[in-house]
Design a protein around this ligand. Structure first.
Ligand code: MLT
Length: 236
């Protein structure tokens, strides 16, 4: 089995086949994992704010909630921003969440033809590695990045998944990028916060008072679930 890592979605070949994992630690995939762990029925991801509103209108009243961000700030008229801490059991239980974010949901859009397509974050990194190991096929980890730029947080998370996979799959092969992110993770796993405070998006989130989100998103294995995209819905 071989693992390949792409540092940005636009570098992924058009003919990519699954299994693949999309990673946007700060904060889209951390939000998805949290909302589903807290009982959300499913998540629909859309690229544009207006498409999110129209999709919400097509559901029966009371069954959907709108979430997401632009420049990491809540979108006027939406139920949630993009803070995973907002997606509590009380608020999301049984609901479909329509989510639009700058990088994460767009990365998913790029990979929408790939199956299986899993959702990964530090919050469920070991569970993702387990799911890939049990499939036993060559796997691809795709980092969402930030506005077209490489992002340290996503790379370190791809490194975590690679590290766990290496423990589970004897003789696992790594491409050059997988080897790079694995080394990055291994070097910094005891103090991920120290590494990730160098990430531009982390610094931006800190500057607008979202420090708590960062601390939350850097927790490893809070959940053992592996959401995946099935028929346009992200579900457990
Ligand atoms: C994104 O998908 O662009 C991010 O989750 C941005 C954010 O931190 O809100």
């Amino acid at each position: 089995m071989r693992v390949c890592v792409y540092p940005l979605p636009n570098l992924v070949p058009r003919d990519l086949t699954g299994p693949a994992v999309v990673i946007d630690v700060l904060r889209a995939t951390s939000v998805m994992v949290t909302a589903l762990a807290n009982g959300a029925h499913s998540i629909r991801t859309v690229a544009e704010v207006e498409s999110a509103r129209s999709l919400a209108d097509s559901y029966p009243p009371g069954t959907v909630l709108l979430g997401g961000e632009r420049r990491a700030l809540p979108i006027p008229g939406f139920d949630f921003g993009n803070s995973p801490l907002e997606y509590t059991k009380n608020t999301v239980q049984g609901k479909t969440i329509i989510l639009t974010t700058t990088n994460g949901t767009r990365a998913l859009e790029t990979l929408k033809g790939v199956r299986p397509l899993f959702i990964g974050a530090f919050l469920n990194g070991s569970a993702v590695a387990k799911a890939l190991a049990s499939l036993g096929q060559d796997a691809t980890l795709v980092c969402s990045g930030t506005r077209g730029h490489f992002s340290l947080d996503d790379a370190a998370c791809a490194g975590m998944v690679s590290a766990r996979l290496q423990e589970l799959v004897p003789g696992l092969e790594l491409d050059d990028m997988a080897y790079t992110v694995l080394s990055l993770y291994q070097q910094h796993q005891k103090n991920l916060r120290e590494l990730i405070h160098h990430a531009a998006h982390c610094q931006y989130l800190t500057s607008i008072g979202l420090e708590k989100d960062i601390t939350y998103c850097l927790q490893e294995d809070l959940f053992a679930l592996v959401p995946q995209l099935v028929n346009e819905e992200v579900k457990i």
